[in-house]
Design a protein around this ligand. Structure first.
Ligand code: DAH
Length: 360
């Protein structure tokens, strides 16, 4: 039996030398240690060996099986290495890493603003980018003759895109659909303040809402104007909400967003949907208020508009302005991102130049 083991080993080694392809290696493996292979056969014959010799013979057969298995594996490795080498590759080299992307700087700033307000118990709400004249203007107390109503300041949509015109069946339905379009001209919203009306119409106070999204204005594109940009609108309505709440919330926000040492000031302003209204400035974060080219030597940067929600707006959504009051504020995300990251040209955000985006 020992001789037989030796012979099989020698036969295997001889055959191993002739192997030149992985397929041949596979066949050799099957011939020797496969289910009906020569070594497997030996193991079956062990019952014929004297019981005293069985442990030794068993050991020898197992050793041979192990040796054959290892040799075949090495043979596989060598052969596949050779194949790869012929194709110009080296399987021992480390793998290739592909660069991991990250969020767009505008998205990062929106996320940061949302996080700050979420911690102040504000709820995040989404609004539609397509709106009617009513929600973009009328309900926000922007009268018909207000300059921002002018077609030049707003992108109006062609009537056929309104759902009411979709396959009207009869002439009567068609006339009705056309009348509906006249009643509600569609446009791309020019401010996220529309969300105030959408939410207040549906829900009762107390409300603390924050809503970020795209707005559109037909401005000529330059370093500080883009016909599409992002705004964040926030508002709070409840019994007895007053200006000090607005100041408190905004001062917390500004310190979180720009740093503890940043100063804030309110300048009286006019917005149709708030009364009283203010523009809010922060001390220049680049020169700490000393005066530089970014703040045009003023030491202050305007960053948002705010005020107490106009009682007329509250009435429109069915609230009683004698019982309910609220504040609102709105800010441009690109402006904040430009100040935070010291970027001089708004267009960089939308050109998708990877060299620019990589920096954030
Ligand atoms: N909607 C204003 C704009 O687009 C920004 C704004 C100002 C929003 C004052 C407000 C506010 O809620 O109170 O310029």
């Amino acid at each position: 039996m020992q001789q037989k083991i030796k012979d099989i080993r020698e036969e295997f080694l001889k055959n191993l030398q002739k192997i030149s392809t992985p397929k041949e290696a596979e066949n050799l493996k099957i011939r020797f240690i496969g289910r009906n292979g020569k070594v497997t056969q030996l193991l079956k014959e062990i019952k014929n060996v004297l019981s005293a010799e069985r442990p030794l013979i068993g050991n020898l057969i197992n050793e041979l099986k192990k040796e054959i298995s290892q040799s075949i594996n090495q043979c596989f490795l060598a052969l596949s290495g050779e194949v790869k080498q012929e194709n110009g590759g080296d399987i021992t080299l480390p793998g290739k890493f592909s660069a991991l992307g990250h969020l767009h700087p505008i998205t990062q700033v929106i996320n940061q603003i949302e996080d700050i307000f979420r911690n102040l118990n504000f709820r995040i709400v989404d609004g539609s980018e397509i709106e009617t004249e009513y929600y973009n203007f009328e309900a926000l107390n922007i009268p018909l003759n207000h300059p921002s109503r002018d077609a030049f300041d707003t992108f109006y949509l062609k009537p056929p895109s309104h759902p009411a015109t979709q396959s009207p069946v009869t002439r009567k339905q068609k006339t009705e659909a056309q009348k509906k379009i006249k009643d509600c001209k569609l446009l791309l919203r020019s401010q996220t303040s529309t969300v105030q009306i959408r939410v207040m119409e549906k829900e009762k106070p107390p409300l603390r809402i924050i809503s970020a999204g795209k707005v559109y204005r037909p401005d000529a594109t330059d370093a500080s104007h883009s016909c599409m940009f992002h705004q964040v609108e926030g508002f709070m309505v409840d019994k007895e909400v007053n200006f000090t709440h607005l100041k408190g919330i905004l001062s917390l926000f500004i310190k979180e967003m720009f740093g503890k040492d940043v100063q804030m000031r309110f300048r009286p302003h006019y917005f149709p949907f708030t009364e009283p209204s203010a523009e809010v400035d922060i001390s220049c974060i680049l020169c700490q208020g000393k005066g530089c080219s970014v703040c045009k030597n003023k030491g202050w940067l305007e960053i948002l508009g705010a005020g107490m929600i106009n009682p007329r707006v509250l009435e429109r959504v069915g609230y009683d302005p004698d019982k309910i009051s609220g504040f609102a504020f709105g800010m441009g995300v690109e402006r904040i991102a430009m100040l935070k990251f010291n970027i001089q040209d708004i267009r960089l955000f939308f050109e998708n130049d990877i060299r620019f985006l990589k920096q954030f």
